[in-house]
Design a binder for this molecule. Sequence first.
Ligand code: COA
Ligand code: MG
Length: 293
Amino acid sequence: MRSLLFVPGDSEKKFAKALASRADALILDLEDSVAASAKEGARKIVRAAIEEARRKKSRPLIYVRVNPLESGLLEADLDTVIPARPHGVMLPKSRGGSDVMQLSTKLAVREAECDLPDGEVSILPIATESASALFNMGSYAGASRRLSALTWGAEDLSADVGASTNRLDDGAYTDPYRLARALALFAATSAEIAPIDTVFVNFRDKAGLEAECAAARRDGFTGKLAIHPDQVAIINAAFTPSPEAIARARAILDAFVANPDAGVLGLNGEMIDRPHIRRAERLLEAAKAAGVD
Ligand code: COA
Ligand code: MG
């Protein structure tokens, strides 16, 4: 998943547009972009949207952002949308691996009731939305085999902390949010799931989005959340490995195949060893997923 596009769950019009956006995944939102009075209507729209997407031959992955565990709204969200078989559920305000386990149990009950394969529905937590959650970032590893990816958010975290802003004048995140971003990257990596970078909210600022994508890819994120269809192409391009990068990854693996007993080798004047193999394998996996291998 390179691009994951948020779609407010109460908007049928935006869903139709999102389906045509070429995003790798859509996140149909029942949480913050839907007013309390519109939640029940949104659940029904989201359910019908998933059913519609399922009937299409070529379609993005469909995730639903449900309301948080302690919201009192989650049971009704799951009761309405799980029978339609979304690929996954995004869990906002996640406090750690134990929240994922709780959600997993709720999903297992619905899967059994709906005759769906056990474990079919994936979980994608937003892992940095409160200060206390940051102290549990190591707890995702091994929490559930449903975990597919993990992402982070700066808006709810800054509200929790009481910060006046989370960005400097030049657009860079301030230190507390840089820490949250880094922890999300390490939490996902240690749990062996995809690290997904957070939203870039200035959806008219293409250069700003490109720069943030480049920084995310550089650091090891494999995809990014989007809030507007115009962001999808930029994100897809940024997280699709280039032909040069693919060729280099192949050359690294070929060098070790040709020298099976070597621990370290020289390639084009550069030392390569075990970490380079892992990185090359990952890059080729990403290329395959993007259809450019
Ligand atoms: N998914 C699908 N379609 C979208 C979209 C989205 N996320 N964002 C915008 N569009 C559509 C608009 O409906 C509009 O369609 P139209 O041409 O048929 O009228 C078109 O794309 C152009 O939109 P634009 O006028 O540029 O933006 P806007 O002012 O209508 O919408 C937002 C701006 C921020 C309200 C909108 O992008 C949005 O709803 N984003 C998702 C918000 C969200 O889910 N947040 C939760 C996670 S942070
Ligand atoms: Mg939020």
